[in-house]
Design a protein around this ligand. Structure first.
Ligand SMILES: Nc1ncnc2c1ncn2[C@@H]1O[C@H](COP(=O)(O)OP(=O)(O)OP(=O)(O)O)[C@@H](O)[C@H]1O
Ligand SMILES: [Mg+2]
Length: 350
């Protein structure tokens, strides 16, 4: 017998069969003029039990097992290798019907999840394509407008020719910026971007980025500063180029969404073998309902304001990907009209 449970079922069915036949014989004996013969009833009971048992054991049970094997071999043709139910294990140790039922349920759940995932991917793809074309439309239409005007005679008008060419050039720059960001995101998402870890002085890198962005900050009268106590070297192990991208994105945001005369400060604190980095501003802030989606691609709190500033909503998505590629995390806290703090960690080299 293939397993205990099946054996029990076959025995019970045989007993039931034998009992029904014996009962039929007793009923016939009692209702007819024939004398009640207990020995005959017992012999018949035993004979029917043996016959039922043999039929179920040698014919019916293997027939079911064969059917199950066929179903499993059909399943194995349509399923990836790791989802094929383990036939031998099932038939030898567990009731095969229950096991097959479990496997089919497992497969159904897996398929439902896969379907859900595919639906998400599809809606993400549609949304992504929609966003990309939407973002590219504005600069492309601008270029078309300037070039058409120049072709229609503007080229000979000294009042506009150079100005329009410069504007078209700005729109081209914007397209290049969007394409660069999209390329970075794709590389980070597909895992084709390999980080190049090195040990370097993070506080020197922060000072350098602040110095570079100081000109833009000054236009808005914003002061950029580094926490005083970290004038000393702070060696981290990270991808220097990518972390620079993170700092530039976060500090540029603090300027773009900062208030006239505001302050942006980079602060550090040390915790075990990590450095916790905080980039804090006292700008316009973000209301709580936007915070959960802030790191999504193309997500902007105020689309008009962001686009005015040349934003695409890809900056924070890139930042998050870079930090996560370092096996670290980033979080945000913000209060409308008070300011925003972005916090992330990096591995220290001690
Ligand atoms: N420091 C900040 N203060 C207030 N709002 C912010 C701050 N940083 C980000 N935001 C909000 O989060 C949105 C997403 O930021 P993100 O950097 O991803 O995009 P962006 O700055 O609009 O464009 P870009 O792709 O050029 O970075 C911004 O549009 C802005 O609304
Ligand atoms: Mg940004």
């Amino acid at each position: 017998m293939k397993n205990q449970k099946t054996a029990t079922v076959v025995i019970l069915l045989s007993v039931l069969n034998a009992f029904l036949c014996a009962a039929a014989l007793v009923t016939w004996q009692l209702s007819s003029s024939a004398a009640f013969d207990l020995a005959l009833v017992l012999i018949l009971f035993f004979a029917f039990f043996v016959i039922s048992f043999l039929v179920l054991y040698f014919i019916y049970s293997p027939f079911i097992f064969n059917k199950i094997k066929n179903v499993q071999s059909d399943l194995s043709k349509i399923l990836p290798q790791n989802e094929i139910p383990d036939t031998k294990f099932q038939l030898d140790e567990i009731d095969p019907i229950t096991q097959l039922d479990l496997e089919v349920k497992k497969i159904t759940i897996a398929r439902q999840k896969e379907l859900e995932h595919l639906k998400n991917v599809d809606s993400y793809r549609k949304e992504y394509l929609g966003n990309v074309s939407h973002e590219l439309k504005t600069p492309v239409f601008n270029i078309q407008g300037y070039v058409s005007t120049l072709i229609d005679g503007g080229l000979n008008d000294p009042n506009i020719n150079l100005d329009y060419l410069k504007r078209a050039d700005k729109s081209i720059e914007r397209i290049i910026h969007i394409i660069d960001d999209l390329e970075t995101i794709t590389q980070l998402e597909t895992g084709s971007l390999e980080l190049e870890f090195e040990k370097y002085d993070f506080s020197a890198q922060c000072r350098d980025v602040l110095e570079q962005l100081d000109m833009i900050a000054k236009k808005k009268n914003i002061t950029l500063s580094l926490a005083k106590k970290f004038d000393k070297p702070l060696i981290v192990s990270a991808d220097k180029f990518r972390i620079r991208q993170v700092l530039v994105n976060l500090i540029t945001n603090s300027i773009k969404y900062g208030k006239e005369g505001g302050v942006t400060e980079i602060g550090f604190s040390l915790y075990n073998d990590e450095v916790i980095v905080e980039i804090k501003d006292n700008g316009i802030g973000i209301s709580p309902e936007h915070l959960p989606r802030l790191f999504e691609r193309f997500y902007r709190v105020d689309k008009g304001r962001s686009r005015e500033q040349g934003g695409t909503g890809l900056g924070l998505a890139i930042v998050k990907h870079i930090i996560e590629a370092h096996q670290k995390s980033i979080s945000v806290k913000s209060k409308v009209n008070e300011g925003t703090v972005f916090t992330f960690t990096l591995n220290r080299f001690i």
